[in-house]
Design a protein around this ligand. Structure first.
Ligand code: SF4
Length: 546
């Protein structure tokens, strides 16, 4: 029988995105500065390399990276372009109406267009050079919790077949035991979810609400594309009942980042974010820009939009939660990278203090919250605290609330707007879908499988299905009747399909190897019977340019 190995470290960071890397780098430097080179810092990343799962729009406010690394430009941070122009349009199906001014939260003076996964890959190299042990291709399968205290993470077992049997290459996961674990898994992280549920860290908070962002990067001939142009849109292809909007960011070398964000609190059970994204590209504003170009990359991710009131308590005995995992994101500005970096740094300062004091209990770790509350994170999140909730009544009410919130420092009509989980807002199907979807043409628009191909996604095929349906009968009976199996629509990677079995009855089929790890199914399933577990480490997207 294979024995489970145990690895002892002082601080374990789970997740190699901006927040996790900032935490690891800043901590390593702080420890070096205090002559504590003996303290071990390790980082687990489920992607096959650092950056493989990192995706964002992205227009970055450089405030966070400049604090982490004042010489970030001189050190060759991969920047696509400084922002040179900002525009906001309201779209109808064929036309666009430019807003006469750019609302203050959407102004990007001094900001830069980046490919997040390239930025993160670059930062990952610096983190390794700083002495952090980076283990890419290792997923956190379970938290080690002892007497209510987080004691580390058990990594995934390797070499288990679809039926749960050990294969010839079986290797049990490692218990990475740590005095302090920093969870930086990104939105709807599976370990973070375990911790929040087990310790009730979300008691008294608003439920977290999410959007899904679906995006592509295109290569165009270049002469039409001036790097650094930032366009945000409202309206088409979304209706006034749905939250979200489109974006177009021009990069260097004629590349264009184009995407659509859709609030995961929509009513229409047959809404398909990927299909709406194809409609967005058909709009002349986008189609003219992409004409003659080539699709280079595709990806999707969930975005935590609930804001300040929806953040769980982000410290516990033996653990801190940073970045998107805790909801450090400004939904009003559509930005989270700078907040992720800063939250990682503040967690690092708290970790250094806790290690020095040899006390990683919540008593010392609550200093993380105090640091956040006295840093520039707090006023930024406070001003946006009610933003997403203000759109509960649709676009026009949402814009009115947003204007009022801007004028009142984020308050609006009350200090704390109520909220409910997004999946509860989905309504049972009635009648026909809102309209028949146009077929993709393979030039400007694509089906989901073609897009998945461009995400570089690959998983070990013979492994347990990581999308766990806890009550399949609900899918086959109630959900078919009441909601028409919305997983077929909201998944941007064609993972779910209803197909007839030998007896002609519709059965749910799950093509788990297509999964781009966006977590939408875990969030938006109306019965909450789909659980996203981490697949074998190293599997998932292989993002580049995103
Ligand atoms: Fe996203 Fe779930 Fe589809 Fe994977 S299966 S791509 S997590 S919706």
């Amino acid at each position: 029988m294979s024995r489970r190995e145990v690895l002892e470290v002082d601080v374990l960071v789970v997740g190699g995105g901006p927040a996790g890397l900032a935490a690891a780098l800043h901590l390593s430097r702080l420890l070096d500065g205090r002559g504590r080179g003996d303290v071990t810092v390790a980082l687990l990343e489920k992607g096959r390399e650092i950056g493989a799962h990192a995706i964002s729009g992205a227009v970055m406010d450089p405030r966070g990276i400049a604090e982490l690394m004042p010489d970030w430009r001189a050190r060759g941070a991969p920047i696509e372009a400084p922002v040179t122009a900002d525009r906001v349009y309201f779209l109808t199906r064929r036309r666009r109406f430019g807003l006469p001014f750019v609302p203050p939260p959407l102004r990007n003076d001094g900001h830069v267009v980046v490919s997040l996964n390239r930025l993160v890959r670059w930062l990952g190299g610096i983190v390794e050079d700083a002495g952090v042990d980076v283990f890419a291709g290792f997923a956190g399968a379970a938290l080690l919790i002892e007497d209510g205290r987080v004691a580390g993470v058990r990594t995934d077992d390797k070499g288990v077949d679809r039926g749960g049997r050990k294969k010839a290459n079986y290797a049990p996961g490692i218990d990475v035991r740590a005095r302090l674990t920093v969870l930086a898994e990104g939105a709807r992280g599976s370990l973070t979810r375990q911790l929040v549920e087990r310790l009730g860290l979300d008691a008294g908070r608003n439920p977290q609400v999410y959007s899904i962002g679906v995006k592509e990067v295109w290569e165009t001939a270049g002469e039409r594309v001036t790097p650094g142009r930032v366009i945000h849109t409202m309206g088409y292809p979304l209706t006034r009942r749905e939250f979200g909007g489109g974006f177009v960011y021009t990069m260097s070398g004629g590349r264009v980042s184009v995407g659509l964000v859709v609030g995961l609190d929509y009513h229409d059970a047959r809404l398909d974010p990927h299909e709406l994204f194809q409609d967005f590209k058909r709009h002349p504003l986008v189609a003219d820009l992409l004409a003659g170009g080539t699709l280079r990359a595709y990806g999707a991710k969930a975005i935590p939009e609930g804001g300040y009131w929806a953040m769980p308590r982000y410290f516990a005995d033996g653990a801190l939660i940073v970045g998107d995992a805790a909801g450090f994101l400004n939904p009003m500005r559509l930005k989270g990278v700078h907040l992720g970096l800063k939250s990682g740094m503040l967690a690092a300062e708290t970790a250094a203090e806790a290690i020095e004091a040899d006390d990683c209990t919540g008593r010392v770790l609550r200093r993380f919250e105090e640091r956040v509350e006295t840093s520039w994170i707090r006023p930024e999140l406070w001003r946006a605290r009610n933003f997403h909730q203000g759109f509960r009544g649709g676009l026009w009410a949402g814009l009115a609330h947003a204007a009022l919130q801007t004028a009142t420092g984020g308050r609006g009509v009350r200090n704390r707007y109520p909220s409910r989980p997004g999946h509860e807002r989905m309504r049972p199907i009635r009648g026909k879908p809102r309209r028949a979807a146009a077929l993709p043409d393979g030039k400007l628009t694509f089906d989901k499988l073609t897009d998945v191909y461009h995400s570089g996604t690959a998983h070990e095929e013979d492994q347990p299905v990581h999308l766990v349906v806890t009550e399949p009968d609900i899918c086959h009976e109630r959900c078919t009747e009441e909601y028409g199996n919305p997983c077929q629509y909201f998944c941007p990677a064609a993972v779910y399909a209803m197909r007839p079995d030998a007896g002609g009855r519709p059965r749910l089929e799950i093509a788990a190897s297509n999964c781009v790890h966006c977590k939408t199914c875990d969030i938006m399933d109306p019965y909450q019977v789909i659980r996203w577990d981490c697949p074998e480490g190293g599997g998932g997207p292989g993002y580049d340019l995103l």
